[in-house]
Design a protein around this ligand. Structure first.
Ligand SMILES: [Zn+2]
Length: 252
């Protein structure tokens, strides 16, 4: 049994000893990790990390919360790296109206640019959406690009259906394990198994049994476990299907 953590931030300066974190991931059979890099320094460290550990792959973009003005200082770096095939995905890009409502227009501008880049280069797009599903889906309708993942999904049933209608995958994080997340667990029931990915969003969102600690890829198993329970299938089956789903979107 092996697991695919489709979204973790490993090189944004959160870990004292990243080799230990990766060692624990290996021991837990997390055999693929997508490392999300949201600035130049993180991306540079990301390249080093991927050189050392070939099962760690890189996605990059500015995060919506950092869209402070019209100038995206990271964009050209991301574009070049993507063209040089040093990235396997673009993201996380999107809209966050919980943290950045006042920067709505800049966020939209950045999101459009990364969406265009992903589509031009036929790379998967990892989308961050918080309190912004209406606008996200409106922009999505302009692009009509199914090769995308709505990461850390926390929307409602209608939004989940619209996301699925775009052809996108839905990724669930440790939030689905939280005691007060019954609504989200109900959403898991309606998302087809062949469209589900799992993630940690490390170092944030440690699952229920580890709440209050720094999250890390080894904990993705707890997300898999709860999805297995909800879907009433074995952990082996969820491990395999989420691994296959992620492999399909990131590597084919
Ligand atoms: Zn993230």
């Amino acid at each position: 049994m092996q697991f695919f953590d489709s979204h973790a931030h490993l090189t944004e300066d959160d870990y004292d000893n990243i080799d230990e974190v990766i060692d624990r991931a290996k021991k837990a059979n997390i055999t693929k990790i997508i490392n999300i890099c949201t600035n130049r320094a993180s991306l540079e460290r990301g390249f080093e990390l991927s050189k050392k550990y070939d099962f760690i792959h890189i996605a990059a973009s500015t995060i919506p919360q950092d869209a402070d003005n019209a100038n995206d200082i990271f964009f050209e770096t991301v574009k070049k790296a993507a063209e040089d095939k040093k990235l396997i995905a673009i993201g996380e890009s999107g809209l966050d109206y919980f943290y950045g409502l006042e920067k709505k227009e800049f966020q939209k501008l950045f999101f459009n640019n990364y969406f265009t880049l992903a589509k031009d280069l036929k790379l998967p797009l990892i989308i961050h959406a918080r309190d912004a599903y209406v606008d996200i889906l409106q922009i999505a309708n302009d692009f009509k690009y199914p090769k995308a993942i709505l990461h850390c999904f926390t929307g409602n049933e209608a939004q989940a259906k619209e996301v699925l209608d775009q052809g996108w995958n839905i990724s669930f994080s440790g939030i689905v394990t939280f005691k007060n997340s019954q609504d989200l667990r109900d959403i898991v029931k309606i998302v087809p198994l062949d469209r589900i990915l799992i993630e940690t969003d490390s170092p944030l969102l440690a699952p229920q049994s580890k709440r209050g600690t720094k999250n890390e890829p080894a904990n993705v198993i707890e997300v898999a476990q709860i999805i297995a329970e909800i879907k009433n299938v074995s952990l082996e089956e969820i491990a395999k299907i989420t691994f296959d789903n992620a492999s399909k979107i990131f590597f084919s």
